[in-house]
Design a protein around this ligand. Structure first.
Ligand code: TA6
Length: 284
């Protein structure tokens, strides 16, 4: 379907518009009563969400390519069916570089703009509601007659005013795999602060996390369901410099808190089963 076809079927005057981009992607521009947002059909990839009266909550790199088949740097990459690198495939799986279709779009009575998208070949559906709260839900179906093992995540890039003044609570005393230290398993009773490359997969945790953005004078709450892992990532100076689609100072203004089922927490979905993972994000 072209952007025009999708617009004709799902567009909402003054609220939701589908358009082509110069590089050949299709994106939805949302201007709802409670929030503005942008979502690309490639990867069902939310790249912006800004509740009314707030600064943008998601970080998206100014150097992201926004080209067909190229992962977008920032926003909320949907990770499926694997987490991390895989020989011969894109980082974090195919879902993020495949075309998703729009199943439905509407303005809810509470003022949120809600869309359902689907990636049929991967048996995925994604619900996103854009209001003063961001709701996301990934539904994985297993129509086969054998169990399906997969990893998944909302690889959410949050915008922070200054990473030096950020702390993260909610993950105290959880066991985490430190990917910057040969995957050593560690735990800490303290809130997390970022002062070097940080890449940690916290296991067996269903907790809500809070991002205390001191310089931005706000706290972002990241609640979740159907997720047993939470990943904390900031590339810091050197890794940032190695990423062509990050501007040199981007690490100062971003932090990934990822709602996931990764590594030890991979999901084994029985034949015929359906798995839901949800995230609810709000700014206080
Ligand atoms: O989730 C953290 C991480 O696995 C890092 O190790 C780094 O590779 C990052 O994801 C890559 O994110 P991207 O958006 O490029 O897929």
């Amino acid at each position: 379907m072209t952007a025009n076809d999708i617009q004709a079927q799902f567009g909402i005057p003054e609220v939701l518009r589908f358009e082509d981009t110069p590089a050949g992607l299709i994106r939805a521009m949302i201007s709802g009563p409670q929030a503005d947002a942008t979502l690309y059909l490639q990867g069902a990839h939310l790249t912006a969400w800004t509740p009314r009266g707030q600064q943008p909550v998601l970080f998206t790199s100014s150097r992201s390519r926004f080209e067909p088949g190229i992962p977008i740097r920032g926003g909320v990459p949907i990770v499926f069916p694997w987490f991390g690198p895989r020989e011969g495939g894109p980082m974090h799986g195919f879902a993020r570089v495949m075309e998703w279709s729009v199943e439905s779009a509407g303005l809810r009575p509470d003022g949120a703009v809600e869309l359902w998208l689907a990636q049929a070949s991967l048996h995925l559906r994604f619900r996103v509601a854009l209001g003063e709260t961001l709701e996301m839900e990934l539904e994985v179906s297993n129509p086969s007659n054998a169990p399906l093992r997969f990893e998944s995540a909302f690889h959410t890039y949050f915008a922070v005013a200054d990473i030096h003044a950020v702390s993260i609570t909610g993950l105290e005393n959880t066991t985490y795999i430190d990917k910057t230290d040969a995957a050593a398993r560690k735990h800490s009773p303290d809130p997390i602060s970022i002062a070097r490359e940080t890449d940690q997969v916290h296991l067996n945790t269903a907790s809500t996390c809070e991002i205390h953005d001191g310089a931005g004078r706000r706290t972002i709450h990241v609640g979740k369901s159907g997720s047993n892992s939470t990943v904390v990532w900031n590339p810091w100076i050197e890794k940032n410099r190695s990423l062509a689609d990050m501007a040199p100072e981007d690490y100062l203004r971003m932090l990934c808190i990822e709602t996931a089922n990764a590594m030890d927490n991979a999901v084994v979905l029985p034949a015929g089963g359906v798995h839901q993972m949800g995230a609810t994000i709000r700014v206080a």
